[in-house]
Design a protein around this ligand. Structure first.
Ligand code: HEM
Length: 330
């Protein structure tokens, strides 16, 4: 038997399908458990730093410089933003102790991140002691997008966040909306009660245990930033893919997977939602035959309303055809 050597990126890719068909579900599981796949495993870390750390952070900075509205923090979220920053620093120091540390000295804290050459002291709650507001600052240290939800009046409200890599939504537009409003356009949610169940679950979330889930879509040319604001550009990519040659699809079309963590912040009581995005071209995905065959079946079977909502109206057919052309329809 030959053993195939997959690239590190494929070995760690969170291939999201456990069956040959996909439906919405309240797919939440405890964070930190290692999930094995046909090519390797993923999931040991809540904050995942990989070889794209520096380029993705540079991309985030460029997006925020161009479009500051990707960062939002309503005034009543200041305490949650500090809580999120310190929680993330603490977690980074625990998960990457060789490169990062957080230490307390009286009212001062010292944060060190050797990967970025950062070493600074700050006073918790004093914005002047940081180079940027806390949520904005910590977004420069992690590859994850971050949303903070305030809990009040028996509901959750997306009142702060730094989201530069959104899949067809906008932090600027959604800021201030309730969890149920944010999910309003998702099809089937009323009949299948996925979102109301998730809402009930999140209201009861405690700080002791973090949870995670995955979501997925297809993205043209591996673009991380497919926020609503940039639609004119990436909407055009979908058309050129659908109208272009089938032979280009394997390299132009990417399976985009989000690993999302749900964490209750202990001091402020806010819920922190982390979204980490992974992209692999269909050609790379199909180099793992189990993945290629499963993706072909999932895409071919996906009901039209879900495909439309996921933005796959133009790309699903070329994806299925290309996977079929390399024998993944077996
Ligand atoms: C257990 C928790 C959650 C579940 C089960 C869940 C479920 C879903 C589902 C099924 C979709 C449709 C995705 C698709 O078709 O590709 C969706 C979209 C979305 N979710 Fe969640 N979600 C959860 C938590 C959150 C949280 C905490 C936020 C934070 C604000 C959030 C923000 C969004 C946004 C912005 C969209 C896109 C909506 C749009 O198209 O405008 N989700 N979610």
């Amino acid at each position: 038997m030959t053993t195939i050597e997959y690239s590190a990126a494929l070995r760690r890719f969170p291939f999201p399908f456990t069956k040959d068909e996909y439906r919405y579900s309240t797919n939440i599981e405890p964070a930190g458990s290692v999930a094995t796949t046909a090519a390797g495993s993923w999931g040991a870390h809540q904050l995942d730093i990989d070889e794209h750390y520096l380029p993705e952070l540079a991309q985030r900075t460029a997006i925020l410089d161009r479009d500051p509205g990707r960062y939002q923090c309503l005034p009543h979220m200041a305490a949650a933003a500090w809580d999120a920053m310190l929680t993330l620093m603490d977690r980074l120091a625990a998960e990457y102790p060789a490169d990062m540390s957080l230490a307390r000295d009286g009212s001062r804290w010292r944060w060190r991140n050797d990967r970025l050459g950062a070493d600074l002291s700050f006073t918790y709650g004093d914005e002047d002691s940081l180079p940027a507001p806390p949520l904005r600052f910590i977004a420069d240290q992690v590859q994850e997008d971050i949303v903070l939800l305030d809990q009040r009046e028996g509901g959750l409200w997306g009142d702060a966040g730094v989201v530069t890599f959104a899949a067809d939504w906008s932090m600027g537009f959604d800021c201030g909306m309730s969890f149920l409003e944010i999910h309003g356009p998702v099809p089937r949610i009323h009949t299948e009660r996925v979102i109301t169940r998730a809402h009930d679950f999140l209201l009861r979330l405690t700080p002791e245990q973090a949870y995670r889930r995955t979501n997925w879509t297809l993205t043209v040319d591996g673009k991380l930033d497919t926020s609503t604001e940039g639609y004119p550009e990436w909407g055009r990519d979908r058309r050129t893919l659908a109208e272009g040659p089938l032979s280009a699809v394997g390299d132009r079309l990417y399976l985009r997977v989000e690993v999302q963590h749900l964490i209750r912040l202990a001091n402020s009581g806010a819920v922190m939602f982390l979204i980490r995005t992974y992209l692999r071209s269909l050609r790379e995905v199909a180099s793992v035959p189990e993945w290629g065959r499963r993706l072909h079946r999932v895409l071919a079977e996906l009901p039209q309303d879900m495909a439309d909502y996921k933005g796959l109206t133009r790309t699903r057919e070329p994806a299925v055809a290309w996977l079929g052309s390399i024998g993944m329809d077996a």
